[in-house]
Design a protein around this ligand. Structure first.
Ligand code: FAD
Length: 294
């Protein structure tokens, strides 16, 4: 099975897509419709997030295995250390390997509840993503990704400390990092500069969310950990009552952001899809990232 890094090497910039585990059968049908639609335009890889609860975790494991065995896509499984002993983490990693998943996004995660809630370590578990990177690496020939935060992780006291911890994850064996959502290309580029200035040549990939609705804007604000710039709010907020106009403007904003990132040489744009394919297909097609045969 191909690795993420192999997919991103050479041949110009790519795009990739992220899903979350379905909550029920209806959700699963929607998810698979999107996966199949996106498969046709050849993303570099696809990933499924890892939740905090048992059924959601089963959903990740089941659907990533299905993607590995039934599609042409390169799958990447997210994995978090939340509420897992090291023995359990070993089992999940071993299981991923057994179904042919070679790419793992190694995260500490957050306990259930608030998106950046208080960290509670498992008594026999791990404390930081760095340790999970080491564990995954020790268990096989995996390609390992980690998270990165353009505005710093909300728990980090300052950007220097945050950068130091990020670089530790690369030194522990991570092959690439995917950035949390941000608003301005400069915010991502400054993160890339900080990592380079620390003497680290890691591959950094921007995370992008198509801004199709006021909800996607709120989610971007929440996940980024930073307030939206007033110029963006001035463009989008007046359109909140007009879904078609909001969507059109939001996709223009995101396309322009992606164009700037591509001009700066990013190897990949990682799309948070919300388990829908249409907006991502539209943006990547406007960017000229859809292969001619698709
Ligand atoms: P870490 O890298 O361990 O960092 C957590 C905090 O500890 C940071 O403040 C960091 O600076 C600090 N730190 C790190 N190492 C050290 C150290 N050695 N010593 C002292 N301090 C240290 N969450 C999910 O639950 N499931 C998902 O599938 C998921 N996917 C994500 C995908 C992406 C691309 C991103 C950007 C985030 C994702 N998250 C997911 C969210 C993530 O789990 C949270 O942001 C979580 O709060 C931190 O996880 P981390 O891996 O960044 O932790």
């Amino acid at each position: 099975m191909t690795t993420v890094v192999e997919r991103l090497r050479g041949d110009g910039p790519k795009f990739s897509v992220e899903f979350f585990p379905p909550r029920d059968a209806e959700d699963e049908t929607v998810l698979w419709r999107s996966i199949r639609e996106l498969e046709q335009i050849d993303p570099a890889y696809m990933s499924i997030t890892y939740g905090a609860g048992g059924s959601s975790r089963d959903g990740t494991i089941r659907n990533i295995a299905r993607a590995a065995t039934e599609t042409t896509l390169v799958p990447m499984a997210h994995l978090t250390a939340v509420d897992h002993s090291v023995a359990e983490l070993r089992n999940v990693i071993g299981w991923y390997a057994s179904v042919g998943v070679r790419n793992i996004l190694a995260l500490r995660g957050d306990p259930p509840g608030d998106v950046y809630g208080e960290w509670v370590p498992h008594p026999d578990g791990l404390n930081y993503a760095e340790e999970l990177v080491e564990l995954v690496r020790s268990l096989g020939d995996f390609c390992v990704g980690v998270s990165a935060f353009p505005y710093g992780h909300p728990r980090s006291p300052d950007l220097d400390t945050d950068t130091r911890h990020l670089v530790r994850k690369f030194r522990a064996g991570a092959d690439f990092g995917i950035a949390q959502l941000f608003f301005d290309a400069e915010d991502f580029l400054r993160l890339r500069d900080r990592v380079a200035a620390a003497g680290c040549e890691a591959m950094l990939i921007p995370g992008v969310m198509p801004l199709t609705t006021p909800r996607t804007l709120r989610t971007t604000v929440k996940l980024s950990g930073a307030p939206a710039p007033s110029a963006l709010l001035d463009r989008l907020e007046p359109l909140a009552g007009d879904p078609a106009a909001f969507r059109a403007e939001g996709l223009d904003v995101v396309t322009a952001l992606c164009e700037r990132l591509l001009a700066e040489g990013v190897p990949d744009l990682h799309f948070y899809t919300f388990n829908r394919s249409k907006a991502t297909r539209e943006v990547v097609s406007r960017l000229g990232l859809v292969p001619a045969r698709a």
